[in-house]
Design a protein around this ligand. Structure first.
Ligand code: CO
Length: 216
């Protein structure tokens, strides 16, 4: 059954009442500003919420979502989000969260003409190409699909460390820490891929280290 728009506004009133019954000053506090420690970059998929799956509240996570949780260097939107999160909010952690059964990743595994989506999904196809040898060895289609979801998260975390704002902050403060996660939509479990981003950075440093501060 489809949800009526009026239902959403009724839900909102219930939610306000619930929040105020727990804390009469809830919205007064919320309006004072935000100091989130996390920047969450996830998929737009309606099944993969940001705050809810982490058990966090409004004010605790700065969120960016797009199809297949991509960090594309020419995407003005994500660049602005990362700059704001790092320079102004001074988040301690940047999380890239992928998810199994991701429609974007699946589409990239089966190339077809998808119009506007072609250029967006090309980034995913590039991830496939980079890891073709590993992926093509996996015979089971679901396992191959799952692995591409994980490899995509790793590649997007590497894309985060290529960003100048992130490097500047890293050199100055040692933060933000970068984490790669996968949400298993089949079980609800949040999986930490336990990436060692310092190691990843050392591996690609020769190519991507912008040596921030040298010219300032
Ligand atoms: Co997805």
């Amino acid at each position: 059954m489809s949800i009526k728009i009026e239902t959403i506004f009724k839900n909102n009133e219930k939610w306000i009442a619930e929040k105020l019954s727990n804390d009469p000053h809830y919205f007064e506090k919320l309006s004072k500003g935000q100091q989130p420690e996390f920047l969450y970059i996830g998929c737009s998929d309606s099944r993969v919420t940001a705050e809810e799956l982490m058990g966090l509240e409004p004010g605790q996570v700065f969120v960016h979502r797009n199809i297949a949780n991509l960090v594309v260097s020419t995407d003005n939107n994500i660049n602005a989000v990362v700059q704001y999160a790092v320079e102004y909010l001074k988040v301690k952690h940047i999380i890239v969260c992928g998810h199994y059964e991701c429609g974007g990743v699946k589409a990239a595994m089966h190339p077809s003409d998808m119009g506007q989506l072609n250029s967006w999904l090309q980034t995913l196809r590039d991830v496939y190409r980079l890891h073709k040898h590993e992926l093509d060895k996996i015979e089971d289609e679901r396992q191959r699909f799952d692995r591409l979801v994980e490899l995509n998260v790793i590649e997007q975390c590497i894309n985060i460390i290529k960003i100048d704002h992130v490097q500047r902050s890293w050199y100055k403060t040692g933060f933000p820490m970068i984490h790669g996660w996968v949400f298993d939509v089949r079980t609800g479990k949040l999986i930490d891929l336990k990436l060692n981003m310092a190691h990843e950075f050392r591996e690609v440093r020769k190519i991507y280290d912008l040596k921030p501060g040298r010219f300032s």
